[in-house]
Design a protein around this ligand. Sequence first.
Ligand SMILES: Nc1ncnc2c1ncn2[C@@H]1O[C@H](COP(=O)(O)OP(=O)(O)OP(=O)(O)O)[C@@H](O)[C@H]1O
Ligand SMILES: [Mg+2]
Length: 485
Amino acid sequence: MANLLVKMKNGKLFRSFKSLKMRIFCIIIVAGMIPCVMLHYGVLDRYLDNAVSVRTSEVQTQVRIIADHLITYNYLLDNSSDVVNAELSQLSNLYDGRVLIMDSNMKIIKDTYGISEGKTIISENIIKCFKEGGASNHLEENGYIEIVVPIEEKIEDKARTVGVMQISVSTDSIRTSYEYIQSRAFLLEMLAMVVIVGIAYFLSRKLLKPFEKITDAINEVKNGFTDEEISVTDYTETEQIGDAFNQMMGRMKVLDESRQEFVSNVSHELKTPLASMKVLADSLLTQEDVPSELYREFMTDIAAEIDRENKIITDLLSLVKMTRTSADMNVETMDINSILELMLKRLGPIATRANVKLIFESRRPVSAEVDEVKLTLALSNLVENAIKYNIDGGWVKVILDADHQYFTVEVSDSGIGIPQESIEHIYERFYRVDKSHSKEIGGTGLGLAITRSAVVMHRGSINVRSEEGVGTVFTVKIPLTYIAQ
Ligand SMILES: Nc1ncnc2c1ncn2[C@@H]1O[C@H](COP(=O)(O)OP(=O)(O)OP(=O)(O)O)[C@@H](O)[C@H]1O
Ligand SMILES: [Mg+2]
């Protein structure tokens, strides 16, 4: 009890009730106790009432028979009949009780105890018996049943009450057997309780064993002792938990691998321009009297490498920003036509340098809730690519359209196209089709990753169709109204 109080104080008791094992244990105990309680209150408690009413009707029958004999032997006028007296003493002995016989004046003409003969008694039961017929009373605290039966004389089929027979029957024997049954029942109930607690303890442990197994297996994986798949097939539920855990582990492995790959790609990409600069600087330092043209040429190369390094770092920072939560979104209602016009104006010189024609076709005025900076970055990456991976004298077309829910920006080009097998990889960070060819063009392979993240942050989608030697079409679809998460 003291332990229970300490547990209650520490909140441990509540916590242990939260445990499934404890709940199963309690449910089995409660379920097991129900039949015991029903047996106790439904059968045992009724036994006493039942036994008393059986005894009452048994005695009433016997008393009625004797009451008839009293008339036959004219006992009310002459109580010396041996037959009747024998019957009366047998009755009182049999039920350990006292028989009184009263005549119509309520005068006692026979008392089997022999102490009240000649006296007159007036009691509620006797008066009632004269008026309405027999009655019975169970006086539980005194331990007896009082039964009164009218003595009736029949004249021409009419019954007339000429006296009353009263018998007090002891209920001691009934109570003794009731107490005996009660003690036996208590013993059996105690035994049943012990068995139920045992079953509850056993079942609650047994039923939850597979869940403990699965927890152990997860802990093994968590602590790094094993990376084997979990399989606890005892229940469908444990099997499902195992499968879900294995899938989650698989996903984490993929994420971990891609993180490692990303880190090694980043370090590689960042080191390449540095290595070039080092080579260029070293070759200038080791040479005596370097001609100023060579100096200029090498310094130009070094400046180009610095630009490259700078671009990679800028792109990486944009990508990191894009993969953060939507809380970083700076959404405003913007005129998309003006955004695109401004963007294409900025990219104009690059297109002219590459001898590519830039065409903008706006099918309708569109205003939408967007983050201007992110959307411009996403779309200018697409247009830059369309210019970069184009042919001399080619074209790039940007089409803006909208329906009542979305706006779409289609960027198509007459460029070199993307090989079918590369299409699924182009959004991966640092992925570039045909490295040697791309190297001539220049780039880090982060552009499309940035674009896709920006589109996803706008809850939009991006699709690509491409044919080698013919051209590529990127389609971006974004909701007009920003859907916050
Ligand atoms: N319009 C296009 N036509 C042909 N190939 C394309 C086109 N757009 C992308 N690609 C291919 O997809 C690759 C990935 O594009 P992405 O924009 O991510 O990188 P990048 O252009 O190489 O470098 P960055 O944009 O980071 O400077 C490119 O290297 C290129 O091979
Ligand atoms: Mg690009």
